[in-house]
Design a binder for this molecule. Structure first.
Ligand SMILES: CC(C)(COP(=O)(O)OP(=O)(O)OC[C@H]1O[C@@H](n2cnc3c(N)ncnc32)[C@H](O)[C@@H]1OP(=O)(O)O)[C@@H](O)C(=O)NCCC(=O)NCCS
Length: 159
């Protein structure tokens, strides 16, 4: 078990792979904090298809954030979802989740990490840029409500 102690955060935060019993809490966070709604069953599918890419942040036995990634190709991983609960944001938890995810992907011999983000989600775009991602494409009407997406990419060896 690995613990991450964040300087600006008074409590010990654990980042670890999701377990089946965590998935209900993850679904609740996704429902409360993400604009898209997902069928609960897809979270079990994420867990079954690529558990190495499904991590949670836990503090005092409470799940406060999660990241879901997939490996569509031998050398490419995608970040599908990343969320930190509202009252735990801006404390480095998203960073801790992303860094652990990127390390896990390096261990999987992944060379590039990609993601899509709403062009209006300036917080997330700034967050990913801070971690070395670049905008490489725009996808018109990508989301259910017709919003556009940016594709962002990170070459892992430069991280
Ligand atoms: C994006 C998100 C995961 C960031 O998580 P977080 O734990 O708050 O992020 P961190 O505290 O690690 O922030 C790291 C950096 O991101 C940027 N950032 C994060 N929140 C920000 C905000 N509200 N305004 C401006 N910049 C912000 C800053 O550069 C910050 O660095 P700093 O603290 O040195 O200023 C979180 O805002 C979230 O859950 N948003 C809703 C879901 C979402 O949009 N997910 C991404 C698309 S799938």
């Amino acid at each position: 078990m690995i613990y991450t102690k964040l300087p600006s955060y008074k409590f010990v935060l654990e980042i670890r792979q999701v377990q089946p019993q965590d998935i209900f809490s993850v679904i609740k966070i996704a429902y409360e904090s993400l604009p898209e709604q997902y069928y609960p069953a897809v979270f079990n599918q994420f867990y079954e298809s690529f558990p190495e890419g499904f991590l949670i942040a836990e503090q005092h036995h409470k799940i406060v954030g999660f990241i879901v990634g997939l490996k569509p190709d031998e050398e490419i991983a995608k970040v599908l979802l990343l969320s930190v609960t509202n009252d735990h944001r801006k404390k480095g938890i998203g960073t801790a989740l992303l860094k652990r995810f990127l390390n896990a992907m390096k261990n999987q011999n992944i060379k590039k990490v990609e993601l899509e983000v709403r062009t209006t989600n300036t917080v997330a775009i700034g967050f990913y840029k801070k971690h070395g991602f670049d905008v490489v494409d725009t996808l018109p009407n990508f989301y259910q409500n017709g919003e556009d997406a940016y594709t962002m990419k990170l070459v892992l060896r430069s991280y």
